[in-house]
Design a protein around this ligand. Structure first.
Ligand code: MOS
Length: 693
């Protein structure tokens, strides 16, 4: 390979490659791509939480201008009922297959017309009659339908004798924490365009992994995966909400099959809220016992979450209890409560984010009861190996995160008594939390071609949902090839590029960069005649050790300062600082942007976000941006984020994922700061005005 290996691209801050395209509007998202012969689909959704469709009267709609037809459960193409996702069969994919309505927002019909306006007008004229049946949305940890959650992510913790340790403790905190249903709120609403060429299905789709969407579509249509081609060049955010094959994609493929035209479905914002997926409600009981000198003896974390009987799902709230603290007894229990709800999906640090709110709030309560500094309490209980698995950590720079954060934040000057700081009428408080998020790698394929002009084409089925993955992977490829990044052309967002993990689970970058690094190695050994292009392709399936014998996690410490107005209950976050250990950082500029974004999501979760459902109908009362509050610019202070030096030995390049560690930890840090300001514990999110007063 060429000798211009002067500047390492990895480690350098560079703006994103497609930034210019995005800010000038030249980047085309799924619903922007022109297409000849295109027609448009408009969803019609159920307004009852449980029941059956009795009738879909399309007589008026079918006579309206531009209308091609209406799909409902009586005339829609049949799908393979065994199709599923990585948890198994998934009934939420089986749209328009029968008359059953499993939740409010479930698609019951699709109107297809020549223009989006015509489709929308005809959808409004459709008369859908449903027979409502009694629904159950009463989420409760001890609900009669509650059952143990799937242990597909690993077994529950059962270390030591929890009751015996608790009985011997000087201080025991046992508290219940609650987090609401929340919506992902990606900037780009879900959209797809589908068309068939013979028995080949083609699609443009907003998702977090084109390959996995192509697999789901192939299963639904019972065709070979190779006959499904999905492209997703630019995606305007996902946060887990675009992690599976969306309803718009499935319905567009059905409508295109039926009407023989390319069909586009661009969901409305309200449909994204009611029909895609959400973070489930959780209720968590945390029991922590400590000796008088601040040694933890027992950590119990019981968590329950709501889910739909349509599909298995794991909201792994209890993972951090297995990792963060040393204690002779650790017990976790995760409970799933099937209800008539919108099927949940991974959202912004699934499990860890609501779980961290409960665990790290409870740790703060232990510090309060012991009258010790919460930073000191945490540092006193750091484990030398993973306390439940007994495995060594591959890298654990949590203490560095805490110490560096405390130093920058000025924590040492803090008076730990609540209500000890005032500025005029405002109560000022500071709080902190630590967090971990599981890290790792999944199989992916990468292909690199050494072109005759001295450039390299790198193809990997990666997805850039706005994170900067395209830019980061270009740097990884450049260093792996030993060339300047300017000579690397990256192709992503296309299921034809081969099997690849999606942008999810904080495992996108590690999975794709591993494949790229291996393909570069392979290519180096194969370069011959410079007059002919040479290609190397590597599938990492056989190269990944899924049981590396070490605990692999990312870590963070988050510090927050709030001002609370005791007259109105208003909480404003004034300062937010996060220090992160995420392995070697590929691009500090983009990595900082990503964790700052994550912290803003955590702030938003702490203070604003809450899906509210009408108990009579189960419908969302605030399913739009008028009613569902997210942190706006004015809610966000100057956010500081940085990384401690770290290197992940289980990754060939030292990387770990940083997709979700930014979010986890922030809500607890803010809740702890609100306690410090006011003397009142906030155990239910969001921290609304009425809960502060
Ligand atoms: Mo992430 S919430 O796993 O897309």
């Amino acid at each position: 390979m060429s000798p211009d290996r002067t500047v390492g691209a990895v480690g350098a801050s560079r703006p994103r490659i497609e930034g210019g395209l995005k800010v000038t509007g030249a980047a085309r998202y799924t619903a922007d791509v022109p297409m000849p012969g295109l027609v448009h689909g408009q969803l019609v959704t159920a307004t009852t939480s449980r029941g059956r469709v009795r009738d879909v009267d399309a007589s008026t709609a079918l006579g309206m201008p531009g209308v091609l037809g209406v799909l409902d459960h009586r005339n829609a193409p049949r799908l393979n009922p065994k199709a599923g996702n990585y948890f198994g069969p998934d009934g939420s994919l089986l749209l328009l297959q029968d008359e059953v309505v499993p939740y409010a927002g479930w698609p019951v019909a699709l109107v297809v017309a020549e223009t989006p306006e015509q489709a929308r007008a005809a959808a409004a004229a459709l008369r859908v009659t449903c027979d409502a049946e009694p629904h159950d949305l009463d989420f409760d940890m001890d609900h009669p339908a509650a059952r143990p959650a799937s242990t597909a992510f690993g077994p529950e913790a059962d270390t030591g004798d929890l009751e015996a340790e608790l009985a011997a403790c000087a201080v025991v905190v046992e508290e219940r924490y609650r987090t609401p249903e929340e919506s992902h709120c990606a900037m780009e609403p879900h959209a797809s365009t589908a068309w068939w060429e013979g028995d080949h299905l083609h699609a443009l789709d907003a998702n977090q992994g084109a390959f996995s969407v192509s697999e789901v579509l192939a299963a639904l249509w019972s065709i070979d995966r190779e006959r499904v081609h999905v492209r997703s060049e630019h995606v305007g955010g996902g946060f887990g909400g675009k992690g599976v094959c969306g309803p718009q994609m499935i319905l567009a493929s059905m409508a295109s099959k039926r009407f023989g035209r390319p069909v586009r479905i661009a969901m409305t914002r309200a449909q994204v809220f009611e029909t895609t997926s959400s973070r489930p409600r959780t209720e968590q009981l945390v029991t922590i016992g400590a000796d008088a000198d601040g040694r933890l003896r027992a950590v119990g974390h019981r968590a329950a979450y709501a889910l739909s009987p349509l599909a298995e799902y794991i909201e792994a709230c209890t993972e951090q209890a297995k990792v963060l603290y040393a204690a002779p007894a650790i017990r976790t229990r995760l409970t799933a409560v099937p209800l008539d709800v919108l099927p949940p999906a991974s959202m912004r640090g699934p499990g860890a984010t609501p779980g961290s709110f409960a665990l790290e709030s409870a740790i703060d309560e232990v510090a309060e009861r012991l009258d010790v500094d919460p930073v000191r309490l945490r540092l006193r209980n750091q484990p030398s190996v993973a306390p439940v698995s007994g495995l060594p950590f591959s890298t654990r720079r949590l203490v560095s995160c805490v110490q560096e954060g405390a130093r920058r934040f000025g924590w040492a000057a803090r008076d730990r008594r609540p209500r000890s700081r005032r500025e005029g009428p405002l109560l000022i408080g500071t709080g902190m939390a630590t967090a971990s998020f599981s890290a790792g790698v999944f199989p992916s394929t990468a292909s690199i071609t050494a072109e005759v002009d001295g450039t390299f084409t790198v193809s990997v089925g990666a997805s850039d949902i706005g994170t900067g993955a395209r830019t980061a992977l270009t740097a990884v490829a450049a260093d792996a090839l030993g060339v300047d990044a300017g000579r690397v052309r990256l192709r992503i967002g296309d299921s034809d590029l081969g099997m690849a993990w999606g942008a999810g689970g904080s495992r996108g970058t590690t999975s794709w960069s591993f494949a790229i690094t291996e393909a570069a190695k392979e290519l180096r050994g194969r370069l011959g005649d410079p007059a002919r292009p040479v290609t190397a392709t590597v599938d990492t399936s056989a190269l990944i050790d899924f049981q590396p014998g070490r605990e692999r996690q990312t870590f963070s410490a988050v510090f927050a300062e709030v001002a609370v107005d005791p007259a109105t209950g208003e909480v404003r976050v004034r300062r937010l600082l996060g220090v992160f250990a995420v392995g070697r950082v590929i691009n500090p500029l983009l990595a900082r942007g990503q964790v700052v974004g994550g912290m803003v999501m955590g702030l938003s979760m702490a203070l604003h976000e809450e899906s509210v459902r009408d108990p009579r109908t189960g419908r969302l009362a605030n399913g739009d941006f008028a009613g569902y509050h997210i942190a706006a610019h004015a809610d966000v202070p100057d956010v500081e984020a940085d990384f401690v030096p770290d290197y992940e030995p289980l990754d060939p390049s030292g990387f770990n994922g940083l997709g979700e560690i930014g979010t986890a930890g922030t809500a607890a840090a803010i809740a702890n700061a609100v306690w410090h300001a006011t003397g009142t514990r906030q155990r239910t999110l969001p921290i609304r005005l009425d809960r502060v007063l």
